[in-house]
Design a protein around this ligand. Structure first.
Ligand code: RIB
Length: 297
């Protein structure tokens, strides 16, 4: 089975700050670090390091060629990444607090220049039973998912960052991995006093053909496929940077599933992987190897 991860590639500018900036404030940062990132790139790295055969598709500008090295070093094929001459690579400005939390401003750049012809040319190389992994940082997602479904590919959606135009995409997905905030936005409800298991049931009621994975941060994660409801506790660690923790979780969970493991095993695998990622700085550079995760388990 081949995995096509069609998604963003970002340059992450990470500013360490004493607190998140507020309206009207000018705040001196303690440091600035530049990392490889983007939800698409991070998930490709995680999928590949976890053990899958991964192809990344997307777009960068001339300033983003070093992002390809991160992918290649992780074993990801980059033949379907376009390098555009007239547009900047996507980037983020990330505020990182001492406890590892973050706030992110996203500039789409080349990630928003995905054309239908790039999608068609890329999908020619994939078949029924291959997987397509998507987040919400590139354009033309509905066209992409519709074409992939027509080929009988397995479509995985991580609807992050959430936006209103994703309704059709949710319906096309076979697996949906999202957090509680995104679940509340999708359901249009305040979920504060609702048990996570009930949130998963609400999601499944609206999306009866999807397998749901709900991530709960330090409260762990949930898997629900309409029959099986599984709860995984988070692995306790001291976090220094939570950027890409969710992307790492996604990559390792899917790897477990696609190599035929039980969803409970996949949740545990993913949970341990993201626990390692949050103890390291940066997005893609924080993703552990399969061996590191297995050793931790
Ligand atoms: O999920 C983390 C990622 O979100 C960062 O690497 C940043 O690029 C944003 O896309």
């Amino acid at each position: 089975m081949k995995v096509l991860s069609f998604g963003s590639l970002n340059i992450d500018y990470v500013y360490s700050v004493p607190h998140f900036i507020v309206r009207g404030e000018t705040l001196a940062s303690k440091s600035l670090n530049t990392y490889t990132g983007g939800k698409g790139l991070n998930q490709s790295v995680a999928l590949s390091k976890a053990g899958l055969k991964v192809f990344h598709a997307g777009a960068i500008g001339l300033d983003g060629k070093f992002l390809l090295d991160e992918l290649r070093n992780a074993g990801v094929n980059t033949d379907f990444v376009k390098c555009l001459e007239d547009v900047r690579t996507g980037h983020t400005i990330i505020q990182k607090s001492d406890d590892g939390d973050n706030c992110i401003i996203l500039y789409g750049g080349a990630n928003q220049s995905i054309t239908e012809s790039q999608i068609d040319d890329t999908l020619k190389n994939f078949d029924s039973g291959d997987a397509l992994v998507l987040q919400n940082e590139i354009n033309n997602l509905e066209y992409l998912a519709t074409r992939a479904k027509a080929k009988n590919m397995i479509v995985i959606l991580n609807p992050s960052p959430m936006s209103e135009n994703l309704a059709a995409l949710f319906k096309l997905a076979d697996y949906i991995l999202l957090n509680e905030v995104e679940a509340g936005q999708f359901l249009g409800e305040n979920l504060e006093n609702i048990a996570p298991e009930d949130i998963a049931k609400k999601l499944r009621a609206k999306l009866p053909s999807a397998k749901i994975v709900l991530t709960l941060g330090t409260h762990g994660s949930i898997y629900y496929d309409g029959e099986k409801m599984l709860r995984q506790q988070a692995v306790k660690v001291k976090a220094v940077d939570t950027t890409a923790a969710g992307d790492t979780f996604t990559g390792f969970f899917l790897s477990g599933i696609f190599e035929g493991k039980d969803p409970a095993w996949a949740l545990n695998f993913a949970s341990n992987a993201s626990a390692i990622a949050v103890t390291r700085h940066g997005a893609a550079p924080s993703v552990p190897t399969r061996e590191e995760v297995l050793a931790k388990i």
